[in-house]
Design a protein around this ligand. Structure first.
Ligand SMILES: Nc1ncnc2c1ncn2[C@@H]1O[C@H](COP(=O)(O)OP(=O)(O)OP(=O)(O)O)[C@@H](O)[C@H]1O
Ligand SMILES: [Mg+2]
Length: 249
C-alpha cells in the first residue's frame, strides 16, 4: 500500500440501506486504497453483502455517496457504469457458476458481455486458458460445474473474475464452505493475483484466519456502521468488547 498511498479506488460515505424496519446500513463509510487488500468483517446478517451489492449497483442504496475510481456511481449513465463494472471483478458469495454451461462457456460469458474492453478479439480460447492456468485448472475447460469439487468451483469462479483483468476485485466470503486446506489455497491464489496484476481488493469475510493472512487493513462492520478500522494486529489487541468478539475463537 505504501507506494500508492492515499489514492482511493473505492469511497463509501454515509451509506444507508433499510428493508422496511430492518435498518441494515446506518451510515457506513470506508475507503479502499489502490493496491491494498482491505478486509471487511462483520457477523452474519450485518450487511456485508448488501454493502457490496450497493457498491456495484446490483442494489439501490437509500442514500450515501459511492464512488469507484473517482466516479460517483449514481451519476453514471448505463454505458459508463457498464464500462466501470468491467474494471471491477466480483466473486460472489458461493461460486455462482452457470450449471448448464461448461467451464469454458462460464469464462467466455463475461468476455461476451464486455466485448468493447477487449477490442475485436475473435479467439477467446487463449484468454480462457490463461485465466484457468492462473488458478491451476486449465485441464477443466470442458467439464461441467457439477463435475468439480467445491474448491475447484471457487477457483473457476475466480478465473472468471480475472478474465477481464479487473483493477479492483470484490471478494464476498471467498473461503466460506471450504475446508481449511482449500481455504488456504484460495487465499494464496488471491495473494498471487494481487502480485501479478496489482489489483486492489475488498475482501468480505468472517474467517479470522483469512483476515489475518490477507489483510493489510481491516474494517469492522457493526450495527450498520464502520465500527473500527486498523491492522489485524491493532484490532486483535483491542479491549472494546464489540471488537474483541471478532477475534475470540
Ligand atoms: N433483498 C433483500 N430483501 C430484504 N432483506 C434483505 C435483502 N437482502 C438482504 N436483506 C437483509 O439484510 C441484512 C443483511 O444481509 P446481508 O446478506 O448483507 O448479510 P451478510 O453480512 O452478507 O451476512 P452473511 O455473512 O451471512 O453473508 C439481513 O438481515 C438480510 O435479511
Ligand atoms: Mg453475505
Amino acid at each position: 500500500m505504501s507506494k500508492n498511498k492515499l489514492e482511493a479506488v473505492i469511497e463509501i460515505r454515509d451509506l444507508r440501506k433499510s428493508f422496511g424496519d430492518n435498518h441494515v446500513l446506518n451510515g457506513f463509510s470506508m475507503t479502499l486504497y489502490k493496491g491494498e487488500n482491505l478486509v471487511v468483517m462483520g457477523k452474519s446478517g450485518s450487511g456485508k453483502s448488501v454493502m457490496i451489492k450497493c457498491l456495484v449497483g446490483l442494489m439501490l442504496a437509500d442514500s450515501g455517496f459511492l464512488a469507484v475510481m473517482g466516479k460517483e456511481i449514481k451519476t453514471l449513465d448505463r454505458k459508463t457504469l457498464d464500462a466501470l463494472r468491467s474494471d471491477i471483478g466480483f466473486l460472489f458469495q458461493g461460486s455462482a457458476l452457470y450449471d448448464s454451461m461448461t467451464v469454458r462457456e462460464n469464462l467466455e460469458f463475461p468476455l461476451r458481455r464486455h466485448k468493447e474492453k477487449l477490442g475485436n478479439i475473435k479467439d477467446t480460447l487463449p484468454l480462457v486458458h490463461e485465466a484457468l492456468e492462473n488458478v491451476g485448472l486449465a485441464h477443466t475447460m470442458d467439464l461441467m460445474p457439477s463435475e468439480l469439487s467445491g474448491g475447484m468451483k471457487r477457483r473457476v469462479a475466480l478465473a472468471r473474475t480475472l478474465i477481464l483483468k479487473p483493477k479492483i476485485i470484490l471478494y464476498d466470503e471467498p473461503t466460506s464452505g471450504l475446508d481449511p486446506i482449500t481455504s488456504k489455497e484460495i487465499i494464496q491464489l488471491m495473494r498471487n493475483i494481487q502480485k501479478m496484476y496489482g489489483t486492489s481488493s475488498l475482501i468480505i469475510t468472517h474467517d479470522v484466519d483469512c483476515a489475518r493472512v490477507i489483510s493489510e487493513r481491516m474494517v469492522l462492520l457493526v450495527d450498520g456502521v464502520n465500527y473500527a478500522e486498523g491492522t489485524f494486529d491493532e484490532l486483535s489487541k483491542s479491549t472494546d468488547p464489540k471488537v474483541e468478539a471478532f477475534f475470540k475463537k
